[in-house]
Ligand binder design. Structure first.
Ligand code: ZN
Length: 248
C-alpha cells in the first residue's frame, strides 16, 4: 500500500497540483492521508476542497478548518490569518463547509495515528518541544503518529527516557520499525516555514523497508507567482503573498 501524506495545504492550489503531479511521477499512491488545514491563507479554498475530495483519501481537521466552519473563534488568530479565515468562509459552498466541519480530529489507519496538532490537543498544540512529543508518545496506541500544524518537516524518535528530533531530508528515507516509535510531520504543502519555499510532502510505501514500511520526504517547486497573484487579486493581506516566497 502506498500513501501520499499531505498537510497544511492552506488553499494553495498551485502547490497542491504540483504535489499531486510529483507524487504520480514518483510512482503514484493508493490513498491520500490529509493531516488538516486544507484552507486558510491562500486564494483557492473551494478548488482545493474539490481536488482532495476527488481523490481516494482520509483526513483530519486543522485549526484553520475549524475557524472557517465556526468551530474555533477566528479572533484567536493573528490579523492576516483571521482576515483569510473570514474571507474563506464567504467563498465556500455549503457542501464544502459541511465536508470541512465533518472532518474528525483524530484517526487511525493501520500502524498510523493521524492528527493535526498533537494527541493531547488535536487542533491547537504545536509538536515542537520534547515535553510535547513525550506527551503524545504517551497517548499513542500505534507505533507511528503523523502530525501537521507547525509546517516543519521533522521526525521525533522515542528514546529511553526522552525523545530526539531531526528535520526530514529528501536524501534520507525513513525506515520504519514498529518497535521504534516515531512522530512524523510531512511539512506544509501550501505555506512552508522551514526556509524552503517549495511544497513539502511525504510518500509512504508499506511494502518497502522494514516491518513498518518507508517514508520518503519530497520537495517540489510550484507556480509561486501564480499563488501570490491569486492572494493579491483576492484582496487578502499582502504579507500572505510575501511569506510564500521566503518560505517562512
Ligand atoms: Zn497550518
Amino acid at each position: 500500500m502506498r500513501a501520499l501524506i499531505v498537510s497544511d495545504i492552506h488553499s494553495n492550489l498551485q502547490a497542491l497540483d504540483a504535489v499531486l503531479a510529483d507524487a504520480e511521477d514518483a510512482g503514484g499512491y493508493d490513498v491520500v492521508w490529509f493531516l488538516g488545514d486544507l484552507v486558510g491563507y491562500g486564494s483557492d479554498p473551494g478548488a482545493c476542497v474539490d481536488r482532495l475530495r476527488a481523490l481516494p483519501h482520509v483526513g483530519v481537521a486543522g485549526n484553520h478548518d475549524h475557524a472557517v466552519t465556526g468551530k474555533l473563534n477566528p479572533d484567536l488568530f493573528n490579523g492576516a490569518a483571521r482576515a483569510a479565515a473570514l474571507w474563506t468562509t464567504q467563498q465556500l459552498s455549503d457542501d464544502a463547509m459541511q465536508y470541512l466541519a465533518a472532518l474528525p480530529e483524530v484517526r487511525e489507519a493501520g500502524q498510523f495515528t493521524h492528527v493535526h496538532g498533537s494527541l493531547r490537543d488535536p487542533i491547537m498544540e504545536y509538536l515542537i518541544s520534547e515535553p510535547a512529543a513525550l506527551a503524545t508518545f504517551g497517548l499513542m496506541e500505534t507505533p507511528f503518529c503523523l502530525v501537521g500544524h507547525s509546517h516543519y518537516p521533522l521526525v521525533w524518535c522515542e528514546e529511553a527516557g526522552g525523545a530526539t528530533v531531526e528535520l526530514l531530508d529528501p536524501a534520507s528515507p525513513l525506515q520504519l520499525q514498529s518497535d521504534r516509535r516515531m512522530i512524523v510531520n510531512p511539512g506544509s504543502v501550501g505555506q512552508p516555514r522551514d526556509g524552503d519555499w517549495r511544497a513539502a510532502y511525504l510518500l509512504y510505501d508499506g511494502e518497502a523497508g522494514g516491518d513498518g514500511g518507508v517514508l520518503v520526504h519530497r520537495r517540489v517547486e510550484y507556480d509561486l507567482a501564480g499563488a501570490q497573484q491569486g492572494i493579491l487579486a483576492a484582496g487578502l493581506p499582502e504579507s500572505l503573498a510575501i511569506r510564500l516566497g521566503s518560505g517562512h
